[in-house]
Design a binder for this molecule. Structure first.
Ligand code: 2RA
Length: 351
């Protein structure tokens, strides 16, 4: 019998992409239950070509469920993840609620699939979309050269902040479009956009904002600490040196990172190209002379991590500089969750 799947948060930005993926990917599931807040319950959504009525989140909806994917805010996962697990479901959670819990594995199927088997709480976490955007490419290079240090800057899309982030950016773009003088005097953009900052601390249209997440000690943002802590946990490198600067850019979907990665051995750019070309889940787009780069406008809606601008550092033969882009709602969220759930489906079908 094929396992039963529950999708919690089926109506959200990530949930919507999840339903597309479940429709397009190999069908490994028996029943698929769609679950959301009482506000969205009763709606009809389509998955695998069938109409399914959304049920309200309640303990009983998890009865008989083998795998439950959660795409909901941290506090909802914190409360409901353990309830679903107690009812017998294996939870794959896409929030930040359990990622750093030592009893919860943090899994990227191309990098550490074996970690998914050890889940004492019946919960597996999916990494943050910024970490996920780069980690498949980094993992492939780490296996060959042994990673020592990461220095990264992110270029994060508005949809990382959910549908409200997208709506805010598009509304702001409408307000500034057409005024050719707007970008050339301090204060103009703020004035044109007014109070409508949505989830961002400053205007995003015609701007870049060096901030994502919330303020933590010594000026670091929560997002920057996630990149550090999650990279360490996924790669099994608790002492990895990581410095991240997280920046929001006026892109709807597609996170990118400029990465400086230092390894334990000398690296060769051509060999890195070959490793990345052969790595599952990675596409190499690296022909600057022909104008071919990894960019969100091309990567949006696709599954892989796009990698390019691969250069050996001029001043350190053990370091590589590169640029990576990926769809933050796909590999950054729904796709990685679906891949973890498929590992579980294979395990459950075998046993
Ligand atoms: C963001 N990574 O881009 C965060 C949340 N998913 O805002």
């Amino acid at each position: 019998d094929r396992p039963t799947l529950a999708v919690v948060g089926a109506t959200g930005a990530v949930g919507t992409v999840m339903l597309e993926l479940l429709t397009a990917r190999k069908n490994v599931w028996g029943e698929i239950r769609l679950i959301a807040s009482p506000r969205s319950a009763g709606k009809t959504l389509t998955v695998r070509g069938e109409e399914v009525i959304v049920q309200a989140l309640a303990p009983e909806v998890f009865d008989g469920v083998d795998v439950a994917m959660f795409d909901v805010p941290d506090e909802v996962s914190m409360e409901w993840g353990p309830i679903a697990a107690a009812r017998g479901a294996i939870v794959v959670d896409n929030s930040g609620a359990f990622r750093m819990d030592p009893q919860v594995p943090l899994v990227v199927p191309e990098v550490n699939p074996e970690a998914a088997r050890n889940r004492p709480k019946g919960i597996i976490s999916n990494p943050n979309c910024t970490t996920l955007t780069m980690i498949v490419a980094i993992g492939a290079l780490h296996r060959e050269y042994g990673l020592r240090e990461l220095i990264v800057a992110s270029y994060q899309a508005a949809s990382g902040a959910g549908q409200v982030g997208v709506d805010t950016l598009l509304n702001q773009i409408n307000k500034v479009a057409g005024d050719r003088a707007l970008g050339s005097r301090a204060g103009n953009v703020r004035q044109a956009i007014g109070e409508d900052l949505g989830p961002f601390p400053a205007p995003l249209a015609l701007n870049v904002v060096p901030w994502a997440g919330s303020l933590r000690e010594n000026g670091w943002s929560s997002e920057e600490l996630k990149v550090r802590n999650e990279s360490r946990k996924i790669l099994g490198l608790p002492d990895l040196k990581v410095s991240a600067t997280c920046v929001r850019v006026p892109v709807v979907t597609g996170h990118s990172l400029a990465v400086h990665a230092v390894f334990g051995a000398e690296v060769d750019a051509e060999e890195c190209n070959e490793l990345l070309r052969g790595a599952p889940g990675v596409v190499l787009v690296d022909d600057p002379g022909a104008g071919e780069f990894p960019m969100p406008a091309d990567a949006v809606g696709t599954d892989p991590t796009w990698v390019g601008r691969i250069r050996r550092a001029l001043d350190d033969p053990r370091a590589i500089d590169m640029f990576v882009t990926g769809d933050n709602l796909r590999k950054g969220a729904a796709l990685n969750t679906a891949q973890i759930a498929e590992l579980l489906a294979a395990e459950l079908t075998k046993s």
